[in-house]
Design a protein around this ligand. Structure first.
Ligand code: VLP
Length: 134
């Protein structure tokens, strides 16, 4: 049985989100707003099919994918760069590789206890976020 990410998750802590946003080239004014946000993630998972809807008072971002199937990602409302993305299982973690202009871009999600973890990577920056069930 693979991990079950289904549910609604609220951000409770964040580390080095600023460094990640700088690496992505997000402007100062947008970073100031973005780092105050407490986004919520709604995961819908049916086997290997996922949607992750990240919502906040400022912006919303929806990504839908099937494990192992490459897709075009537009990152609209984030850095607006397009990339080719693919998500795979690594044990009970889901690991996304986002191939495009930015080196070493991607993210990993996993569950530990009752918490959802997210590691965001871009170039030499890593941000870690923790979410709790709503
Ligand atoms: C953009 C960069 C903040 C900052 C400005 C907008 C949508 C894994 C994955 C789903 C992400 C999180 C993206 C963070 C990009 C910050 C608006 C924040 C709320 O999540 O769950 O694609 O990539």
């Amino acid at each position: 049985m693979p991990a079950d990410f289904n549910g609604t998750w609220n951000l409770v802590s964040s580390e080095n989100f600023e460094g990640y946003m700088v690496a992505l080239g997000i402007d100062f004014a947008t970073r100031k707003i973005a780092k105050m946000l407490k986004p919520q993630k709604v995961f819908k998972q049916d086997g290997d099919s996922f949607s992750i809807n990240t919502t906040s008072t400022f912006r919303t971002y929806l990504v839908e994918f099937t494990i192992g199937e490459e897709f075009e990602e537009d990152n609209k409302g984030l850095d607006n760069r397009k990339c080719k993305s693919v998500v795979n299982w690594d044990g009970d973690k889901i690991v996304c590789v986002q191939t495009g202009e930015k080196k070493n871009r991607g993210w990993t999600h996993w569950i530990e206890g009752d918490d959802l973890y997210l590691e965001l990577r871009c170039e030499d920056q890593v941000s870690r976020q923790v979410f709790k069930r709503a």
